[in-house]
Design a protein around this ligand. Structure first.
Ligand SMILES: [Zn+2]
Length: 224
């Protein structure tokens, strides 16, 4: 992947598929469809609620959270008021649940947020919370199956809340053969270059600590 692709500023590596509807790295499509087929034979309807996401979209998410337009949450999921927090506290609160623009693994087209459409009651609204993926939750059975079977298809969970500073995200899966080389290629300097001229709220604060943020939220991930 080129620096523009790694940071979500180009989509030359991405293809769109219609069933299930998503946008993925061209070389991640077949592995994902293989995983989906195996899940299907166990009664799951495995679909991504999020796949490729570009820089502009991640920037909009970031700025909405920084400005207080969208809610911020603490580690226990309680709402925080952005305007009451100093810029560095706001940055830390956003990064707990959302990536910096240019540093989202969703930019690579290798990462997906997965649900089981079969397990949803009609009209159910997916929230992507830990409770939904706990044993009693609607996606508990899927989470358990993925834990055992996703690795066989090359997929793993980068955010388990162990080494990565990102909160545990039981819905987020990554295609390791492509994502690992992307992770190594996305250096702090490549990220800095992507952010330098972007209309990012809190930019001064972010750029002043970028080395630390890059190592805790981008470079360091969890392995099974
Ligand atoms: Zn995700």
């Amino acid at each position: 992947m080129t620096p523009l692709e790694l940071t979500g500023r180009a989509r030359t590596h991405i293809v769109e598929i219609s069933e299930p509807p998503c946008a993925l790295h061209a070389a991640a499509v077949a592995p994902f469809l293989n995983l989906r087929r195996a899940a299907r034979s166990e009664g799951f309807d495995l679909v991504p609620v999020s796949s490729f996401r570009d820089f502009a979209r991640q920037l909009a998410i970031w700025n909405a959270k920084f400005s207080g337009e969208k809610p911020l949450y603490d580690a226990d999921g309680r709402t925080l008021e952005a305007v009451r927090l100093a810029p560095e506290e706001r940055v830390a609160a956003i990064l707990r649940w959302s990536a910096l623009p240019g540093a989202s693994r969703h930019h690579w087209g290798t990462d997906l947020d997965l649900i089981d459409r079969e397990a949803m009651a009609s009209g159910y609204r997916v929230q992507l919370t830990a409770a939904e993926y706990a044993a009693e939750g609607p996606f508990g059975r899927l989470a358990h199956w993925l834990e055992d079977h996703a690795p066989r298809f090359g997929f793993f969970r980068p955010f388990r809340g162990v080494l990565s500073a990102v909160q545990s995200e039981p819905w987020h899966f990554s295609f390791a053969p492509l994502a690992e080389s992307a992770r190594r290629a996305l250096t702090c300097e490549t990220l800095r270059e992507a952010l330098q001229d972007a209309p990012l709220l809190g930019k001064e604060c972010v750029l002043a600590r970028l080395d630390d943020l890059h190592s805790r939220y981008v470079a360091r991930i969890d392995w099974p």
